[in-house]
Ligand binder design. Structure first.
Ligand code: MEV
Length: 320
């Protein structure tokens, strides 16, 4: 039996980092996906392969360990944690292909985790729904990263543009927000767990300065929600620019991220900001009518992806 699942990557529009402290956030599933296949192993060992990134490892499922065969470890910890929770240790082969650049800040780990768990549940004929899957994937992210908000895994499961409120209620926007975005990313990868910890330290050292900034980021996200509902792109852009400034205050921007942000604005983006955890990774630029100009400006020094938000969340099926 072969089980296959895929899940979209996400881009955070508003609320990264502040969401960790209970503030609202807005993020959307994008048209880049992780695809996972699970089947019986052809040998007596469990194997994980990601041919895109030239990675292969043997999984020691009982010990939650792996033996590296080739490539650089990274995503493997999410696979191992998922396998540990959803598999019975019989030898399997898991293959990941993805058009989400790993470590680009587009939530590749959430997309991979959601797709891996869905494929494993299908393989074992375990019942699940989107709510339970999003919850389980969040548990995996938390186990691997130490700290994680449910945002990335929610978006990768449900798809669409999602608002997560202060009391953790999930709302999917019904409006069509089909505007073009350009994502710029650097070859320097950010480490989400480290960035979240760094922000926590800064906040603990300077509570009177950083706490109000976190609250302001939450208020900004609520204004952004209204602007999105009205399809007021100029307001969304303005709020993205302010949000980038706040991310600077909390110390997650880097030279490369800000270079991409300002290159995008100079080329006509109406809003641009770091997206995701920062410390490397990506920026997102809202650029209706200027996609090619913005893409070209970022691509002078960095890498680009043209993306749009999509309603398609996780999908999975079994082949007998
Ligand atoms: C990372 O994509 C977003 C952060 O807010 C962390 C999280 O929400 O778990 C930085």
């Amino acid at each position: 039996m072969i089980a296959k699942a895929s899940a979209p990557a996400k881009a955070i529009l508003f609320g990264e980092h502040s969401v960790v402290y209970g503030e609202p956030a807005i993020a959307g599933a994008v048209n880049k996906r992780a695809y996972v296949t699970v089947k019986e192993s052809e040998c007596d060992k469990s194997i994980f392969k990601a041919p895109n990134i030239n990675f292969e490892a043997e999984l020691l499922t009982r010990e939650k360990k792996y033996i590296l065969r080739k490539g650089k470890p990274g995503i493997i910890r999410y696979i191992l944690e998922s396998v540990y929770r959803a598999h019975d240790h019989t030898p399997i082969e898991i293959t990941l292909t993805s058009n989400v650049p790993i470590g680009s800040g587009l939530g590749s780990s959430a997309a991979v985790t959601v797709a891996t768990l869905a494929a494993l549940y299908r393989y074992h004929n375990i019942r699940f729904n989107k709510k339970s899957l999003a919850h389980d994937a969040h548990m995996v992210e938390q186990a691997v990263q130490g700290v994680a908000s449910p945002l990335d895994t929610l978006v990768s499961t449900y798809g669409g543009l999602v608002y997560l409120s202060r009391n953790k209620k999930v709302e999917r926007f019904k409006v069509n927000f089909n505007v073009p975005f350009v994502v710029g990313y650097t070859t320097k990868h950010g480490n989400t767990g480290k960035m979240v910890k760094d922000v926590r330290h800064l906040k603990e050292k300077n509570p009177k300065i950083i706490n109000p900034v976190i609250t302001a980021m939450g208020n900004l996200t609520n204004y952004a929600k209204q602007a999105i509902l009205k399809r007021d792109f100029n307001k969304v852009g303005e709020l993205m620019n302010i949000n980038h400034g706040f991310l600077d205050v909390i110390g997650v921007n880097t030279l490369e991220l800000s270079r991409m942000v300002y290159n995008a604005r100079e080329a006509g983006a109406i809003g641009s900001k770091t997206t995701g955890a920062g410390g490397g990774g990506s920026i997102i630029a809202l650029c209706p009518g200027k996609v090619d100009e913005v893409a070209e400006a970022i691509a002078r020094d960095d890498n680009i992806l043209k993306i749009h938000f999509t309603r398609k969340g996780v999908s999975s099926r079994v082949y007998k």
